[in-house]
Structures are given as C-alpha cells and as structure tokens.
Design a protein around this ligand. Structure first.
Ligand SMILES: [Zn+2]
Length: 651
C-alpha cells in the first residue's frame, strides 16, 4: 500500500532519454512539431467576424425580455433582483450594461456570464449560431485535427489495455493493481493499461496503424528528441489510467510507476494538448454523470485509485482531480451535473492546507461545497475497499459546509491562544468572504444571505460586534488593488482575471487615459507614445493600455469594439463599457476638450518629472555654484511653462 499523500505528486517532466533507445531502432519522425496556431491576427479576425454576425439584441432577447426605449433596449437584469428595467442594450455599440450590477460588455461577455462558460466556448457557441466555421488557430481546432487526436489516443488506450491484459511483462502491473484491491471488472471497465519499459514500444506500432510520430507527439503520447530529431514514448513502465472527457472520449493518460521502478516521478500525466486541460477535467467524469444526476452530488477525491475503489464498491458519483487542486473551472464543470460538491481530503496537515486553498477559490462558486476529512493516516482507496460502500457513504455524508469548516478550523487554531490568534483567524475568514462577493456568480441577494450568515456566526463565536466585522469586510473589499493569486493553484498561469472595478474607483489619471483610449481616437497615438504602463496605478488600466499599445503597433484601430475583442475578461468588459457610457452621458466633455486636456496633463506631468529629476541633481550637490544657479533657473522656467505661464516681464 502506498502512504496517503504520495499519490498526489505528479510530474510531467520526463527524464532525459538515452541517445540510443533501450530497444529497437530510433524513430525518426518530423524534425519539428507542427504548430497549429496560426497568426494572432487571424484569430482576431474570426472573433470579429463572429461578433459582427451576431446581433446583441437578438442574443440577449433569447434570455431577457427586451423592449425598445429610444435607440436602446431595456429589460430586467438577469443577475440581480431587478424590479425596474436596469438592464440596457445598446445596438449601435453592440454592448450591454446593467447600471445596478455595474456589469457590461459585448456578445461574448454576455454569453460567458449567462452560461458561465469561458471565452473559447462562447466563441464556439456564437460561431455556430451565426453559421460560421471556426478555422484552425487560437479560436478553435479544426474538426479533423481534433478527430485525429481522439483517434490516436483511443488507439493507444486499446494498445495499453491489451498489453496489461495479456503480456507476460505486464505481470508486475497486474500484481500491483491486484494488491491495491482493484478487481478485473474495474480494470476492464476503466480500461486500465500498461505501457512497457521501452523507449519506442508505442511509436513502433504507430506506422502500421496509420499514425505518424508527430501526431503521437501532438497527442502527448510521444516526446520529440531535443538534439537528434525523432521521438520517444512518453509513458514507459507505467500503469496507465485513461482520462476521458465528459463525452467519454480518451483525451489523456495518467501513468503511475510500479513499486520499485526507477522511472522518475510516481505519477506523470499527459501534457496539456488541444483536447486536454487538467484544470477543466476530472478523472471518471464521463461515467459518473448519471450517478451525480441521481444523487445531486459530486464527490471529489485526489487519486485515481481512490476514485476507482469508491466506484468499485458502488459509489457512482465519485471523480478525481488530475494531480491539481480543485479549482474554479472544475467547480463550474461539476455544477452542470450536481448541486452539491463534497471534497474528500486526507486527515493530515497537507489535507488541511488543501482545504484552506480550495475554500478560498471555491467560496465564490454558487455551489454547495462540503469538506469530508479522512481519518488520520488512511487513504480513501483503502477506506472504501476495506470498510465498504456504507462506511464511505457515511464519511461523505458527514462532510461539513465549507464555511462551517473554515470557522471550525479557525476556532480550533485559536483555542487558548489569545486575542491576536483569534483576530488572525477572523481576518482569514473575512478575506475569504470578501473574495466571494468580488468574483461570485451568486445573485447579489444570495450573496448578502451568505454574508449575513457568516458574520452572524463569526460574531457569536468570537464575541465581536457585527458592525466591527462589517467595517473590516468593506475595508477588505475596497482594497481594489488586491488581486487573485496568479496561478490556478496548480502552477498553471491563470487566465487573467480582474476584480470588478468601476471607473469612479479608478485614480483620476487612470480614468482619463481609459476614456481617451475608448472614445478619443485622435488622442490614441499621443497616449500610447507618451504614457508608460507604470504611469498608471491600477492593474486593470495598465492592462488596457498595454493592449492598446499592442493593437496600435499591429496597425489596428484602438476603440471600444477593438478593446472588447482583445480583452475577453468580463471584469474588464464591464469597466470599458462603463467608461464608454460615461463618455456618452449628456454632460460629458467633447472629444476636442478631452484631447486638449490630456495634452495639457501630459505636458504638466513631463515637467514635473523633469523638475523632480533636477531637484535630485541639486540635492546630490555635485554641481558648482554657477551650474546650480543655471539648473535652478531652468527648473523654474519648466514649471512655469507647464502651468501655462510666460516668463515674468521685466520691470
Ligand atoms: Zn443587474
């Protein structure tokens, strides 16, 4: 038996292969992997084509009843408890906005919010709606490439399974699975396999099956040699766990070393490929969907064998993460099938830490999340197989609400440790809570309920007043520069996600620059040339400026529509649409006024910088008296000029 926790170490790096394969001859394939991505511009083009082919009022009207009001349409906002129509669709600018939620955007962000999907999926849905075929590239994968990947992965799955079933050299693998307590039926049902100890076992069989080596590489089955060209098998001497998408197609593998093997990391997974992303898939999902629909519950464990053991004893709603922490995208995926998510964690310190991390991410999801802890030192696989279905069910049913869990933990930590520890614990809960309201897709009324509930509990447990707690919570919230962790918790760079920010909460200078980028094309050039990104204070405005700079460099027009296409983050969409609608409010300044204002402001800022630099030089006192006097005079002139004053007249 393995120790709990050791199933959690995954590694996708393979050891450097020897120059000469262990068996057979070297496979010489395409020297370079063919890249699928086409140029960025083509990707933008398709986004634009799909958007142009979609009428926002049409799209919105399939969710919200709209009526015409002047040039615009209005309706009840789908995201808040709306009694008067606060939701506005502007067909001319092809944008939407809710004044109350401060949410806005284009067709993409509308669909992303409405269907709780990522940009890519919104693009695919809208393209289909508009009858546009997505070309290969960033936007989507051509159907035939996807098919080829599925085909080769499916073939490999059969090869590995067949080898496990029959080959003499697979006996240690069979013994390992027997030892773990998995039955033949489970092994067959989940198509477990074995990849033998050779550098080219799979590659050697590929040509006869009609698969070129570079297809195997694109599917993550083979790795291209760095120096000499050719490929080698990624998985060697490993028990293979096929990973399937929700439709049941094999899209990747997890490979586990046999006890006593020298083949590197205990687990390796397929790398991310066009058909596989570990942060948005779960092991066993395809075969647990019915189970989840029946129980309304999704049980998430951390190891493949944990999942298989639970399934073997008859718990049909159990899935496993793929060597990553459970993240937002997993939660979004599971929410399609279940209302309640139970995360089964180890009883040790690592399990406790993981619970903390997971809570921070998942409190924002509108799904009931519970945490079940294993008894200390027992792994879920052993537990399920030794104690059976009822015990496992009982453990899962004993799971506590994620917030209660956090409160219990906080309380346990501070027991007898004095006020400072108690405050630190309260703070950690409030931080988690402040994130809920920032990113949550919960309706505002649900959010207020949850907030109320938590503050009540905190207040009772720690003897603090509700007012004090509320005050701290709003302080945490208004710390708008606070940001999400940079990674998904699995080391993957997260798709940039911004906290919602309204124009009024931006520093004035940031706001002015955004206004110009969105609505004063005459000033774009100037702003891009003169303003470095670090001149802006807020991360959101810096991102917009950098994006505008890139668009400008590529010869594309910088305006609201272009920026919305380029920046697909819904929070940025809301910000840009809000900036745009401020620009068009009745008392807004004209474009000419804005241009001259920003010219003045830039001159002023430049002068201030020069003066500051001059003062630094003066302070360093490396100048002689005459040079010092000259510089001083110059500084005065600079400042006067910037303030629009002329030289003082004589006399
Ligand atoms: Zn609203």
């Amino acid at each position: 038996m393995t120790m709990p926790g050791d199933e959690r170490r995954f590694d996708t790096t393979a050891p450097k292969p020897p120059d000469v394969p262990m068996t057979g001859r070297p496979i010489v394939g395409a020297a370079a992997q063919r890249h699928l991505a086409t140029s960025r511009l083509e990707g933008d083009d398709i986004k634009e084509r799909v958007r142009d082919a979609t009428d926002i009022a049409d799209l919105v009207a399939s969710y919200v009843t709209l009526r015409r009001q002047g040039k615009n349409f209005v309706g009840l906002c789908p995201w808040h408890d709306d009694s008067k129509p606060s939701f506005n669709v502007n067909p001319e600018r092809q944008t939407f906005r809710c004044w109350v939620c401060d949410i806005g955007g284009d067709v993409y962000s509308f669909l992303m919010r409405m269907e709780k999907i990522e940009f890519r999926e919104a693009l695919e849905q809208l393209a289909e709606r508009a009858g546009i075929d997505l070309p290969r590239g960033r936007g989507a994968l051509p159907v035939d490439e996807r098919k080829s990947l599925h085909k080769v992965l499916n073939w490999a799955c059969d090869r590995f399974a067949d080898h496990l079933r029959r080959a003499p050299d697979a006996e240690p693998a069979r013994a390992y699975l027997r030892d773990r307590g998995l039955t033949l039926e489970t092994i067959e049902r989940f198509q477990l396999g074995y990849a033998p100890a050779a550098w080219d076992w799979l590659l050697r069989q590929a040509p006869a099956a009609g698969f070129p080596a570079d297809l195997l590489a694109r599917a993550g089955l083979a790795v291209e040699r760095q120096e000499r060209g050719g490929h080698y098998d990624r998985f060697r001497d490993r028990v293979m766990f096929p990973i399937r998408d929700p439709q049941g197609r094999c899209v990747a593998f997890g490979g586990r070393v046999l006890p006593g093997s020298t083949e590197g990391a205990k687990y390796i997974n397929s790398p991310e490929t066009p058909v596989f992303s570990k942060s948005s898939l779960l092991y066993g999902l395809d075969s647990s969907r019915d189970g989840m629909a029946r129980t309304g519950r999704a049980v998430v464990v951390e190891g493949y064998t944990d999942c298989l053991a639970a399934r073997q004893v008859g718990c049909d709603d159990v899935v496993a993460v793929l060597g990553t922490a459970l993240g937002e995208r997993h939660a979004k995926l599971l929410r399609r099938y279940a209302d309640r998510l139970v995360l089964v964690l180890d009883g040790d310190e690592a399990g406790r830490r993981r619970a903390d991390e997971v809570l921070d991410v998942l409190l924002a999801e509108p799904i009931d999340i519970r945490i079940a802890r294993m008894p200390d030192g027992v792994d879920p696989c052993e537990f399920a197989l030794e104690r059976g279905r009822e015990a496992f069910e009982a453990l899962v049913e004993s799971a506590v609400d994620a917030l209660d869990y956090r409160l219990e933990e906080a309380a346990a930590k501070v027991a007898g440790k004095g006020d400072d520890a108690a405050l630190a614990a309260v703070e950690s809960v409030l931080v988690a809570l402040s994130r809920v309201s920032d990113r949550s897709t919960l309706a505002p009324s649900q959010r207020r309920l949850r907030e109320d509930q938590v503050l009540g509990r905190l207040s009772r447990r720690f003897g603090l007043s509700r007012e004090a707690l509320l005050g701290r919570l709003s302080a945490l919230r208004s710390d708008f520069s606070a940001r999400m962790p940079a990674t998904d918790g699995d080391g993957e760079p997260r798709v940039e996600r911004f906290h919602p920010v309204t124009p009024t909460r931006l520093p004035a200078w940031d706001r002015e620059v955004l206004e110009v980028l969105v609505g004063v094309p005459e000033a774009t050039e100037l702003v891009i040339r003169e303003i470095p990104a670090d001149d802006l204070e807020h991360r959101a405005s810096r991102t917009v400026l950098e994006t505008a700079r890139r668009m400008h460099a590529e010869g594309r027009e910088v305006n609201l529509g272009g920026l919305l296409l380029e920046l697909t983050d819904p929070a940025l969409h809301s910000l840009l649409v809000a900036v745009d609608s401020d620009l068009h409010s009745s008392n807004a300044a004209t474009a000419a006024d804005r241009l001259s204002h920003i010219e003045d402001a830039l001159r002023q800022r430049r002068a201030n910088r020069d003066v500051a630099a001059g003062i630094r030089t003066l302070k360093s006192s490396s100048l002689d008296a005459e040079a010092e006097a000259q510089l001083l005079e110059q500084l005065v002139a600079t400042r006067r000029e910037a303030q629009g004053m002329t030289d003082p007249k004589d006399g």
